[in-house]
Design a protein around this ligand. Structure first.
Ligand SMILES: Cc1ncc(COP(=O)(O)O)c(C=O)c1O
Length: 391
């Protein structure tokens, strides 16, 4: 069999991630590889840490990229902070809260689950009640931006409640970082993780994390070894730690870190506040078009994430048929529903470099055209005008 180089089609990525990657970032990725202990690379590592501190809005010294995707950022937080026997309250309002429960159990902890409806934000009153009835809990975990539904929770309030009961906090910011405010120091978050492929608009495969000194105290004073050698921060700190004489821990994904460095520079140049505002206004334009068609949002307006728009699929319309036609006829990817929402919703992402006017117009026009062609029960002829009006 003859194998040929892989040349991917040029797609517009408007799903739940990965998002479109700017050519500047792709170009950075292709620069010559150097050694992971080369002094020039060490300088780049220091800059990546500083840029991540800006992005997370923190002075935490332990702010670094884990060499693996968002799920590894999640595991790094749980594996280091949860000791066997620890009781952890997990707020679950979608797929990723469910994965946190798995992580707690695999680390030997016991999970107290605080469930909320899929599509709703986490209810602080329910967390308050769980904290009161579980005074022996020592950690509270929550997803800031639930990618499976498009709901955003009030992390500042939830973290404050956890601290009133002497619990550390773990926050998932995979979909929120760079797209909506994430303020690690102001909100007093103890451990947080994200991913590169969403609103940072970088290539997938790296997980920025940040740990407060209080969280690191727990990691340093564990009674048992962290069960994952690769993720044990006590060891990783020898390579990424503050002022450390850098020593080999693993071979860093050199080129992927060039790309992350470039993505973070672009975000810093735009300014975090401007990026948040761009995501917000583009969401309003997309919303205007989708609602003019008659599509309904899963999440109520107050709890809605601007970068992840979950809308209900009109009755009688086949989910996969529409997504396949978008891909084949328009080179446009949107996301399917996950878990309990599979087959019932589409998830339209406006993350990072994907959050652009031309993408929104393409998406609204293509959806209207395909749904109209299929005879779906939607309003036709209004959506593009409604979108344009918002611009
Ligand atoms: C909220 C959330 N957490 C965790 C993850 C896992 O990230 P990754 O797919 O990069 O491992 C995702 C990915 O979509 C996510 O949306």
């Amino acid at each position: 069999m003859q194998f040929n180089s892989f040349n991917p089609p040029i797609r517009t990525l408007m799903g739940p991630g990965p998002s479109d990657v700017h050519p500047r970032i792709l170009e950075a990725l292709s620069r010559p590889t150097i050694g992971h202990l080369d002094p020039e690379f060490i300088n780049l590592m220091d800059e990546v840490k500083e840029l991540l501190q800006y992005t997370f809005q923190t002075r935490n010294a332990m702010t670094m990229p884990v060499s693996a995707p968002g799920s590894a950022g999640m595991e790094t937080c749980f594996a280091n902070l949860v000791e066997p026997g620890d009781k952890v309250i997990v707020c679950r309002n979608g797929v990723f809260g469910g994965r946190m429960v798995e992580n707690v159990e695999r680390c030997g902890g016991s999970a107290v689950i605080v469930d909320d409806e899929w599509g709703s934000a986490i209810d602080p009153a329910k967390l308050q009640e769980a904290l009161a009835t579980n005074p022996d809990a020592c950690i509270v975990a929550m997803v800031h931006a639930e990618t499976s539904t498009g709901a955003q929770s009030d992390v500042a309030t939830l973290v404050e409640l956890a601290h009133q009961h002497d619990c550390l906090t773990i926050v998932d910011a995979v979909t929120s970082l760079g797209g909506t405010p994430v303020k690690v120091d102001e909100w007093n978050i103890d451990a947080i993780y994200s991913g590169t492929q969403k609103c940072l608009s970088c290539t997938p495969g790296i997980a920025p994390v940040s740990f407060s000194d209080k969280a690191l105290d727990k990691v340093r004073n564990r009674k048992t070894k962290v069960q994952s050698w690769f993720m044990d921060l006590n060891l990783v700190m020898g390579y990424w730690g503050e002022g450390a004489k850098r020593a080999y821990h693993h071979t860093a994904p050199i080129n992927a870190l060039y790309a992350l460095h470039e993505a973070l520079i672009m975000l810093k140049n735009e300014g975090l506040e401007n990026a948040w505002e761009r995501h917000r206004t583009n969401h309003l334009a997309l919303r205007a078009g989708l609602e003019a068609m008659g599509l309904e949002f899963v999440v109520n307006q107050n709890d809605r994430l601007p970068q992840l728009n979950a809308v209900t699929i009109p009755a009688g319309v086949d989910d996969a048929d529409v997504r396949n036609r978008l891909l084949n006829e328009y080179n446009l990817e949107i996301g399917a529903g996950l878990g309990a929402l599979a087959g019932k919703v589409w998830r339209i992402g406006l993350m990072g470099h994907s959050s652009r006017r031309e993408n929104i117009l393409l998406c609204v026009g293509a959806l209207e055209s395909i749904l109209g062609d299929m005879g779906a029960n939607i309003n036709t002829g209004l959506a593009l005008a409604a979108t344009q009006k918002m611009f």
